[in-house]
Design a protein around this ligand. Structure first.
Ligand SMILES: Nc1nc2c(c(=O)[nH]1)N[C@H]1C(S)=C(S)[C@@H](COP(=O)(O)OP(=O)(O)OC[C@H]3O[C@@H](n4cnc5c(=O)[nH]c(N)nc54)[C@H](O)[C@@H]3O)O[C@H]1N2
Ligand SMILES: Nc1nc2c(c(=O)[nH]1)N[C@H]1C(S)=C(S)[C@@H](COP(=O)(O)OP(=O)(O)OC[C@H]3O[C@@H](n4cnc5c(=O)[nH]c(N)nc54)[C@H](O)[C@@H]3O)O[C@H]1N2
Ligand code: SF4
Ligand SMILES: [Mo]
Length: 676
């Protein structure tokens, strides 16, 4: 008999949609949108509709597997959980005895965004073990640091309010693919008369939907924002009442912005002087105006500064506090769980453990001293998503590295594992979901039995802790008890009134965000003002006022290579689903006609894309969607030697961004030639 159930999309996507799941005999037959969901309103994307295929995929892992061939070979044999646990305990114990616990490193991200399955028992286990700490910087950390310098707290406005905006700037955000419900809100705003401007380096789906698409050279956004400031100031479009009351450092900013004349900025960005003037005047003359800041920008080596600078704009025209005005990069920080209670950093035998930046896992596996001898990967696929794959793979293939991977599928990372453990899907687990865009907390209850012998991250790390002899009460608790601990945050005004009982009953609860806690009523910077000048940045060795610092160019490689997400996958998740792969086509290298003809390359031919770090094959797409001087591709495709597909991250470097230790995926330089 078919039954219908409520669920939550667990993917690393801002929308965190409500799902309606039809199940027949422990088999999911369909996934559609939950019409009762207050913000996603029954609308979901293509990817989530394919959950039945993903969950019941013939290649889904059913049992623990042990490597029997060479690393990288994909040859495994089935073993029992008992054998798997015994092997981990034996290996980890011997690594700790010989080299110390810091020789073990967890590697995880948000393949499942659930609180229990990404931030809970796993953290307790590795803390208690004394393992090295992983700095989880691969996604948003430069933006978060940049935003905080200006605003003190990395949150924006409630996206439901964006329908009231009259001018919308989508800045480096491919909404159509990556945050579809924001498009629906913006469409409503547009019906109410709003104009939509998209600022991007690629004329993608989102750019085509805009009223006005402004295309600029990659990595030059700080200059564009400063150019806007220059015009706002010179044309008396600054809201001085707001600036005087709520900001600090206007004089310093004014001084710095003087040199960013439209002429100067045009030469840097490639945007015409007229367009810079027009954009600034439109921004200065429209209230409420709203800026949706994307993640793409801050994957540049000057990305933190871009976000820091763009975040100054709403203050100059006094947009904060006006319904529909302001900005939004992310709202995840509103969900102030009790992380100390959840993760228990106090369990660490020593507070000063080694920290490894996850963007530099390649170097860490090869050069760290003392070396890493034990690696535990879950919720992530570093052999696809981490930069500088030549080094990542060189590290992963080390014979003296003991690697465990917990996943639902035999990913590229699993190829290098000694032990592969089967993970449940989120349909099989209890969990709590926040969104990094909207403000609704959602409880997800299990709606099916675990698939064969798969286990959730929570269960895996709890059982492993017991096997390691960790007997403390922190390893005895149930999932529900852990959620209660996370919700028990006396100092979080936003979670006030949200209890486990209420979540059980209501499933979806909006955070309570008192107006007094929003900008500009609360600005938790050191000065209590929006910091156009930041003393902290100076202390940290950064320019204290917004300053354009160009991306370091390469002498040898002339094309700036942008490798962002695609429409049909979520990072590398789903790139093993045939139907979605078919819809996406194949990995394409976009090149402007001028660049193609200079190299005598033809549309549709296979080309080699290369730099000093590596080289991959791709199919050429000649297009005017991107500017000359660039090369662009979309999607993290699993390796497929038969079709000559390998990770784009063979071409990206481990260099870190200007702040926050962020990744610099998009500040890569390549050259392209015919494939011989
Ligand atoms: N379909 C789909 N959805 C996803 C994901 C996915 O893989 N696929 N991934 C999820 C994750 S983890 C994240 S973090 C978000 C990311 O989603 P977004 O916030 O949309 O970020 P990106 O898609 O990385 O980049 C956004 C845009 O930045 C542009 N860009 C690159 N460099 C520059 C620049 O220098 N200046 C400007 N102005 N634009 C630039 C790119 O062309 C791209 O259109 O999406 C999430 N949602
Ligand atoms: N070149 C380039 N590289 C990028 C990006 C880019 O734009 N360009 N984007 C970057 C960004 S923003 C991000 S966020 C990262 C994302 O990097 P990752 O977080 O590594 O994302 P995925 O590739 O989706 O891998 C997640 C894995 O978790 C598994 N998984 C799902 N649920 C569970 C579970 O409950 N338990 C366990 N154990 N596993 C589970 C999935 O099957 C999948 O294999 O990639 C980064 N890499
Ligand atoms: S991937 Fe994003 S848009 Fe698609 S269902 Fe999940 S949360 Fe919604
Ligand atoms: Mo991300």
């Amino acid at each position: 008999m078919v039954t219908k159930h409520r669920s939550v999309c667990p993917l690393d996507c801002p929308d965190t949609c409500g799902l309606t799941v039809a199940i027949d005999d422990n088999t999911i037959t369909s996934v559609t949108g939950d019409k009762a969901h207050p913000i996603t309103n029954g609308v979901i994307c293509h990817k989530a509709r394919k959950f039945p295929e993903r969950v019941h995929h013939p290649a889904r892992l059913k049992y623990p597997l042990k490597r029997i061939g060479a690393k990288g070979d994909h040859s495994f044999e089935r073993i029992s959980w008992d054998e798997a646990y015994n092997l981990i305990v034996e290996k980890f114990t011997s690594i700790i005895d010989l080299h110390g616990a810091e020789s073990i490193l967890p590697y995880s991200f948000y393949g499942n965004m659930g609180l229990l399955n990404s931030d809970g028992m796993d953290r307790r286990y590795f803390h208690r073990l004394g393992a090295s700490h992983l700095d989880r910087t691969i996604c948003n950390s430069a933006a978060s640091a940049g935003y905080k310098y200006t605003m003190g707290f990395p949150v924006g406005i409630d996206p439901e309010e964006t329908v009231h905006a009259k001018l919308i700037i989508v800045w480096g955000c491919n909404l159509f693919s990556t945050n579809m419900h924001q498009v629906l809100y913006f469409n409503q705003a547009r019906k109410n008369g709003a104009k939509i401007v998209v600022i991007d380096v690629h004329q993608n789906r989102t750019a085509k939907w805009a009223d006005w698409f402004i295309q600029l050279k990659p990595g030059t956004d700080t200059a564009l924002a400063l150019g806007m400031m220059n015009v706002l100031i010179s044309h008396n479009l600054v809201n001085y009442d707001f600036v005087n009351q709520f900001t600090t450092g206007f004089d310093e900013l004014q001084k710095e912005s003087e040199r960013y004349t439209p002429e100067y900025v045009s030469a840097i960005t490639g945007v015409s002087e007229e367009d810079i003037m027009k954009l600034a005047k439109l921004y200065g003359n429209t209230t409420p105006s709203f800026i949706r800041i994307g993640n793409g920008l801050q994957h540049h080596e000057n990305g933190g500064m871009m976000i820091r600078t763009i975040t100054c704009l709403p203050a100059l025209t006094g947009q904060w506090g006006i319904r529909g005005g302001g900005a939004l990069k992310g709202n995840g920080s509103f969900y102030q769980y009790n992380m100390e209670k959840l993760q228990r950093p106090d369990l660490r035998p020593s507070p000063n453990v080694r920290t490894v930046n996850m963007n530099q896992i390649g170097d860490a596996l090869i050069h760290e001293d003392p070396p890493i001898f034990g690696l535990f990967v879950y919720n992530s696929n570093p052999a696809q998503v981490a930069p500088d794959q030549t080094k990542v793979r060189k590290g992963l293939v080390r014979d003296d590295l003991f690697t465990v991977v917990h996943d639902l599928f035999l990913t590229d990372t699993c190829k290098y594992a000694d032990l592969v453990l089967p993970a449940t899907s989120h349909f099989e687990n209890l969990d709590l979901y926040k969104s990094y865009w909207h403000l609704y907390l959602q409880l997800n209850e299990p709606i099916m039995q675990p698939y064969f012998e798969s286990k959730s991250n929570f269960t895996l790390f709890k059982e492993l802790a017991h096997r390691m002899g960790f007997t403390g009460p922190e390893f005895q608790i149930t999932e529900e008890e852990m959620l209660r601990e996370a919700l028990d945050h006396k100092n979080s005004p936003f979670l006030s009134g949200i209890t486990y009982e209420r979540l059980q009953k209501e499933k979806i609860i909006k955070l309570s965000i008192p107006e007094a806690s929003t900008f500009p009523h609360t600005i938790p910077t050191p000065s209590g003002k929006i910091e156009l000048y930041s003393e902290r940045m100076k202390l940290h060795g950064l320019p204290p006022v917004p300053t354009y610092i160009p991306i370091q160019e390469s002498d040898k490689f002339k094309l700036q290579f942008i490798s962002g997400p695609n429409h049909q996958f979520i990072n590398s998740t789903f790139s093993n689903l045939d139907e979605l792969k078919k819809m996406e086509g194949k990995p394409l290298l976009y090149l402007h006609p001028n660049e193609a003809s200079q190299r005598e390359l033809l549309d549709g031919e296979t080309v080699t894309v290369y730099n000093d770090l590596g080289s991959i094959a791709m199919t050429l797409k000649i297009t005017e969607e991107i500017l000359p001087g660039m090369a662009l591709t979309q999607g993290l495709w699993w390796d497929d030697p038969e079709h000559s597909i390998s990770s784009v991250n063979f071409l990206t470097s481990q260099r870190l961004s200007d702040m926050g230790g962020g990744a610099t995926f998009f500040s890569a330089w390549v050259e392209v030639r015919k494939m011989f």
